[in-house]
Design a protein around this ligand. Structure first.
Ligand SMILES: Cc1ncc(COP(=O)(O)O)c(C=O)c1O
Length: 360
């Protein structure tokens, strides 16, 4: 049976590998002979315990994590981590933040509740069209950590490598480029990502914590659900079982495809198809500065902005979904995460060419 799948460019929740969805479909009613679905079984039983173990093992292998890191599968989205990081590590002190867009701003807003935020860089004045170079960062000299958003989902910008941090450990919101490329984990104190872009369904947030930082977490008068030291190494409450289950299969898929180096190569190739098309003339215009362009979220406008509505409408008719840009940027956004097939990107490029021929 051929399966009719959309060319899906949604920013999140987003396209997942077909193989993963098929596996979940096959196992949905009877997980490996148990006679129950994985979401009907105890999170402390042997089946889920194995899912959890495999997910941790694969993630450790894929990211090359040493035993100096802890992994948490959390609920509450990346947005809860905006609060938990300052709650645990900043309390009454200073932390440095890089402001590159909506999600950074939200992280900063939460941090201000708990201590002094030093903004090391902001690209607000150019409507967040870029990320900083290392020499533009102005540090406080007393930050507990440096927080940054590795990929700015809304504005279509991305850090090409970890920013300079003046010796501070990095705290990173990697929600929209997690597992899309290799990382230098030696720089990170904490890295977190809502799964619903590159890693799985909404409902699970992956938090990777350096033990050395964990040692410094606040332990007095803390709420258990919000305390990393309480949460680490135990199933304190029911974990997001389905999310971790799918995540485990996404990790398997990444390993089968050749790991993060292979993802990075694929992502470069896919993004190049779109950016090359955009750069051919001034009919399309990228909204991010070239050096900051994201490989995950390609944001663009039309020279004739009035035509954008037509572009969105006609693209939907052509079987391309999720291309409308975020309301704060307008225009179009093609989210082309790991699982977005090259064929979908090629279909979008053909559509763009046709649209230019028709209206250019
Ligand atoms: C970079 C980034 N951070 C945080 C969030 C918020 O994630 P959540 O909805 O899981 O809280 C998003 C969601 O789109 C995002 O793109």
């Amino acid at each position: 049976m051929t399966i009719q799948r959309a060319n899906n460019f949604s920013a999140g929740p987003a396209v997942l590998p077909l193989e993963v969805l098929q596996k979940a479909q096959e196992e949905m009613l009877n997980y490996r002979g148990s006679g129950s679905s994985i979401i009907e079984l105890s999170h402390r039983g042997p089946e889920y315990t194995e899912v959890d173990r495999m997910a941790r093992e694969r993630l450790t292998r894929i990211l090359g994590l040493g035993d100096d890191f802890e992994i948490l599968f959390y609920q509450g989205g990346a947005s809860l981590q905006f609060m938990m990081i300052p709650y645990n590590f900043m309390f009454g002190k200073t932390a440095d933040y890089i402001n590159t867009g909506t999600w950074s701003k939200k992280a900063i807003k939460e941090a201000k509740i708990f201590g002094d935020v030093h903004v090391a860089f902001t690209s607000l004045e150019t409507n967040f069209s870029r990320v900083p170079t290392d020499d533009e960062l102005k540090f406080s000299g007393k930050g507990e950590y440096l927080h940054f958003t590795s990929n700015n989902t809304i504005f279509g910008t991305q850090f090409k490598k970890e920013p300079a941090s003046d010796g501070m450990l990095l705290a990173c919101d990697a929600s929209s480029d997690f597992l899309s490329k290799p990382l230098d984990m030696s720089r990170y104190g904490v890295l977190y990502a809502g799964a619903q872009k590159n890693a799985g369904p909404a409902g699970v947030t992956i938090v990777i914590l350096r033990k050395e930082l964990l040692e410094k977490a606040r332990r007095e008068n803390v709420s258990s659900m919000l305390s990393y030291p309480v949460q680490v190494g135990t199933l304190y409450n029911t974990p997001p079982v389905f999310g971790v289950y799918i995540f485990q299969y996404v990790l398997e898929w990444i390993e089968e495809k050749g790991g993060l180096e292979a993802m990075d190569k694929l992502n470069h190739d896919k993004a190049a198809l779109l950016y090359d098309e955009m750069d051919k003339d001034d009919f399309f215009r990228g909204t991010a500065e070239k050096a900051s362009r994201s490989l995950m979220n390609v944001t663009f406008r039309l020279k004739e902005e009035d035509l954008e509505k037509t572009f969105i409408e006609e693209s939907k008719k052509a079987g391309l979904s999720g291309l409308k840009g975020h309301r704060s940027v307008g225009g179009m956004r093609a989210s082309i995460y790991n699982a977005c097939p090259s064929a979908s990107v090629e279909a979008l490029v053909s559509f763009m060419q046709e649209f230019r021929r028709k209206y250019g």
